[in-house]
Design a protein around this ligand. Sequence first.
Ligand SMILES: [Zn+2]
Length: 369
Amino acid sequence: MLMETINPRRRRELRAVLRAGRMSRSQLVAATQLRKNTVLTDVAALLAEGVLREVAQAVPSGGRPRTPLEIDPIARHVVGVSIEPGCVQARRMNLLGEPTSPPAAAKVRSPKHLVPTAERLLRDQLDDRTLMVGVTAPGFIDRSSHELRFSAAAPRRTPLSLAPLVALAGDRPVVLENDVHARAACWLAVHRPPQRHDTLFVGLEDGRLGATLLIDGRPNLGSVGGANELGHNRLPIDTPRCYCGHQGCLERIFSTPYLRHIKPAATRDLADRIRRCDRAADAGLRRIIELLAHGLANAVNLLRVETLVLATRLPDSQPFLDKLADAVRSHVLAELNRRLQIQSHIDTQTQPPDAAAQAALARLFYDGW
Ligand SMILES: [Zn+2]
């Protein structure tokens, strides 16, 4: 099977083709600095697997026919399955990261139905062109036991075994990934940071906060799959109780229930407050920004990353993210601040199953996924 034939050298070749769009074999030799025979053997294997394809081109008169290579957008696809609180979605994506089927979604009444529902949706998407499967969920995923061990999707029922999904995929590789890791894979596919570069990617949604530490583009996996659990880092303040059993968790602070806890008269939800952030001074939101900034700055001070990415699906959130970035900087050590870039990544388009599929593609193109 394909993934047995994928190694760091072939990932390097695939990335070169992906970046260039199209390139000839000799250009690929030049771009990768590999021996010609090695490249020719690798290209033949990747063509046979339907990962690369040759682009027919007109033959110049008297010249040799040139057949540039490109990532094959048709022969193969990956399937992304996202497990979320109360919902499962699935979708196919080609090897260029373009969705090739409408998303299939199912609401789930009880966490005990999450995995059976995911099985049903996955079965509908699989066929003999499926190269890999990506499965995502919030929380800790133990890749060795295939268990979702602690998750907002099933707070009272974890661990949940994801083994039925792995079994259903047969001999296709299944990438089990924390949902924020998967969104970091989407960011990586677009922003490709330079070598020797550490990035802290933070996903912020109402009541959900997760992080991924990318070291040279590789996610730090920690002792259990969903490393860098920033959401349950705590501050000694009174918040509604988190499902983890504690108070003061950053993901409780960044939530509508906390906004209403400190401003009981508040009628708008957090997303609405954020949308209006650039207009009115809002004491509730200011408090949330200040507390969140403490937590994020502590993480930056500890990890000394070059880039902090503040990522969200919340629309019209740029003024909020700018204020949050300023607040983070006010708490970061001066020596680190000069070296720190803070990027916003507002993505209202990428759906959860798309990110799950991108996590599978990350294993095809990048080492360490
Ligand atoms: Zn918590």
